[in-house]
Ligand binder design. Structure first.
Ligand SMILES: [Zn+2]
Length: 316
C-alpha cells in the first residue's frame, strides 16, 4: 500500500516538476558586475537570486495551471541594519553541484533541481566590490537548514551561522534528499553555529521573538513545522514598510491567501510536521488579517521578488 502511495506521489510530482529545460535561459540572471549604489538605506534589503527552476504553476499556486510554467527562485536576502550586514538564507552556493551529487539521490533529481547559471551570493557580493568597501558579513541567519537554503553556508567561513536551537537536531543528524539538511553543506566541524535565543516577548501575534538590534527593526520569530526550527524575519525598512520573510512556511503569497500553502504531494515530501505546519500557516494568516499592509516574502516566490527587484537594487 505504501509503495502505491509513493508511486502516485512520484507521478504527481513528475507532472508538476518536470518542466522542459528550454524555459531556463529566459530569466537567467546577468553575469555582469554592477557596483553597489552609494545611497544605501539605513535599514533595508536586497534580493540575491542565486538560481531558479521552472515548475508547473499548479505546484506553487492553488488552482494554478498544469501546463503553464512559473519560476521558483532560490534566493538569499542581504539585510542591512546601519553598519551591519547579514544574510537571511544563502540559496545555492559555490559548491552546489558537488553537494547535489553527494546528497540528492538519483530518483529525486527529476523533481527537485535547480537550473544554470548558478550565481552564488558570495560571488555576486564580490563582483559588486562588497568586501573591498570595508563591509563584512558578520552573520548568516538560516530560515531553516534545508539544502536549497543552506547551500552557501560554506562560502562564508568568517560568519556565524545563526539558527533556531530546535534546528540543531537536524544539523547534528544530516539527511539526504529534497527535504534534507545535507552533510555536504552543514556537516563541517568548522562552521561557527550560533543558536538564536528567543524570548517570551509577544510580537505581531507570535508568542516568542528575538529583536536582533533591540530597536524593533529586525525581529525574528519561530515558525515551526516545515522543519522544527523554521523561523521568520520581520524587517521594518526606512520607508516604514514592514516585510516578513517566511522561508518555506509557504512557497507563494497566493498560496497563503488561498489557505493552501503547498500542493499536497510536495508537502508530503518536504514538510516535516503536518500539524505544526498547519498551525504556523494559520498564525501567518491571522497576522496578515490583522495587518493587511504587511509584505510577505516566501524564499521561492518569484512573483513577489520580481516586483521588488534584485541586487544591487535595494528595497528601502
Ligand atoms: Zn525547506
Amino acid at each position: 500500500m505504501r509503495s502505491i502511495v509513493l508511486l502516485f506521489l512520484l507521478l504527481t510530482l513528475h507532472g508538476l516538476f518536470a518542466a522542459p529545460l528550454h524555459a531556463a535561459a529566459n530569466a537567467a540572471p546577468s553575469a555582469t558586475a554592477i557596483a553597489i549604489p552609494s545611497n544605501l538605506p539605513e535599514v533595508g534589503f536586497a534580493i540575491l537570486k542565486t538560481s531558479r527552476v521552472a515548475v508547473r504553476e499548479a505546484l506553487l499556486v492553488p488552482g494554478g495551471s498544469l501546463s503553464k510554467e512559473i519560476d521558483s527562485n532560490f534566493s538569499a536576502f542581504l539585510i542591512k541594519h546601519r553598519d551591519e550586514y547579514f544574510l537571511f538564507d544563502t540559496g545555492m552556493g559555490r559548491q552546489i553541484d558537488a553537494q547535489y551529487r553527494a546528497d540528492m539521490p538519483l530518483g529525486w533529481r527529476p523533481f527537485f533541481k535547480y537550473e544554470a547559471p548558478v550565481r552564488p551570493a558570495r560571488e555576486q557580493l564580490e563582483q559588486a566590490g562588497f568586501f573591498t568597501q570595508n563591509k563584512t558579513l558578520s552573520r548568516v541567519i538560516l530560515s531553516h537548514s534545508h539544502w536549497d537554503h543552506a547551500g552557501g553556508v560554506l562560502d562564508f567561513p568568517e560568519a556565524k551561522i545563526a539558527i533556531a536551537p530546535a534546528e540543531m537536531a537536524l544539523v547534528k543528524n544530516p539527511s539526504r534528499g529534497p527535504g534534507g539538511s545535507w552533510a555536504s553543506q552543514i556537516g563541517s566541524a568548522a562552521i561557527q553555529w550560533e543558536p538564536l535565543q528567543f524570548q517570551a516577548k509577544p510580537y505581531r501575534g507570535y508568542a516568542q521573538s528575538l529583536d536582533l538590534f533591540e530597536d524593533g527593526r529586525v525581529v525574528l520569530v519561530p515558525m515551526p513545522g516545515h522543519t522544527p526550527g523554521s523561523i521568520g524575519l520581520f524587517l521594518t525598512v526606512d520607508s516604514g514598510q514592514v516585510y516578513f520573510f517566511i522561508g518555506d512556511v509557504a512557497w507563494t503569497v497566493e498560496a497563503i491567501k488561498a489557505g493552501a500553502p503547498k500542493f499536497w504531494a510536495a508537502s508530503a515530501v518536504v514538510d516535516g510536521h503536518a500539524e505544526q505546519t498547519h498551525k504556523s500557516v494559520a498564525q501567518l494568516r491571522a497576522t496578515l488579517q490583522q495587518e493587511p499592509g504587511l509584505v510577505l516574502l516566501p524564499a521561492h516566490d518569484s512573483a513577489v521578488q520580481d516586483r521588488l527587484g534584485y541586487f544591487p537594487q535595494w528595497v528601502k
